[in-house]
Design a binder for this molecule. Structure first.
Ligand SMILES: CCCCC/C=C\C\C=C/C=C/C=C/[C@@H]1O[C@H]1CCCC(=O)O
Ligand SMILES: N[C@@H](CCC(=O)N[C@@H](CS)C(=O)NCC(=O)O)C(=O)O
Length: 163
């Protein structure tokens, strides 16, 4: 059971470390540019770091949701790999935004594409489980058996007799 989610859990913990790093960077920028709470207005150098952390934070719940749903219902390997890429993209976003407003865009497009992919896999995975429950059709298993058939006839035969 735990082996089916441990990589997704590892990516989540890494993500929380990344969020902690972003927050610490904002705290440091507040000191450097003397912007005391509740103010969020300051020089552009401060506001870019502030916004980078805010933007990453507002997408973090979305990221965790689709990471876990697609990890549980679709594929742990694909989800955790995409999750790692997302965290890398968000790091580049934070660094890029810190340098210039334009610098945030390429990594943002990159991480948004990953979110859409994780959302698609989440949708497929949940629909597949609903189909299993109510119509007794497992599309993922079906897809898997077609793959096995093409990869090796021998493997297919073993798989087939096991069914
Ligand atoms: C699974 C949810 C994913 C939702 C994310 C969807 C889209 C976010 C991705 C890229 C959006 C980039 C938008 C950039 C806009 O050009 C920026 C606005 C500039 C306006 C201006 O400077 O005048
Ligand atoms: N809260 C975001 C929602 C939309 C979004 O994610 N926008 C991207 C592309 S314009 C962004 O990098 N926003 C910069 C920011 O949130 O500071 C915003 O105000 O822009």
């Amino acid at each position: 059971m735990l082996d089916q989610v441990v990589y997704v859990a590892a990516v989540s913990v890494l993500g929380v470390f990344e969020q902690a790093y972003f927050s610490l960077q904002v705290i440091q920028a507040r000191r450097k540019y003397s912007v005391s709470p509740p103010s969020t207005a300051g020089p552009p150098e401060f506001e870019r770091v502030f916004r980078a952390q805010a933007n990453c934070s507002e997408y973090f719940p979305i990221f965790l949701t689709v990471l876990w749903v697609s990890g549980i219902f679709f594929s742990q390997a694909i989800s955790s790999l995409l999750g790692l890429l997302y965290l890398y993209g968000r790091y580049k976003y934070f660094q890029g935004y810190g340098k210039s407003a334009l610098g945030r865009l390429a990594p943002l497009y990159f991480s948004a594409k990953i979110l859409w992919a994780l959302l698609a896999f989440s949708t497929l995975g949940v629909l597949n489980t609903l189909n299993q429950l109510y119509f007794d059709v497992d599309f993922l298993q079906l897809l898997n058996s077609v793959e096995l058939f093409y990869s090796s006839l021998k493997k297919y035969n073993i798989y087939y007799t096991e069914l």
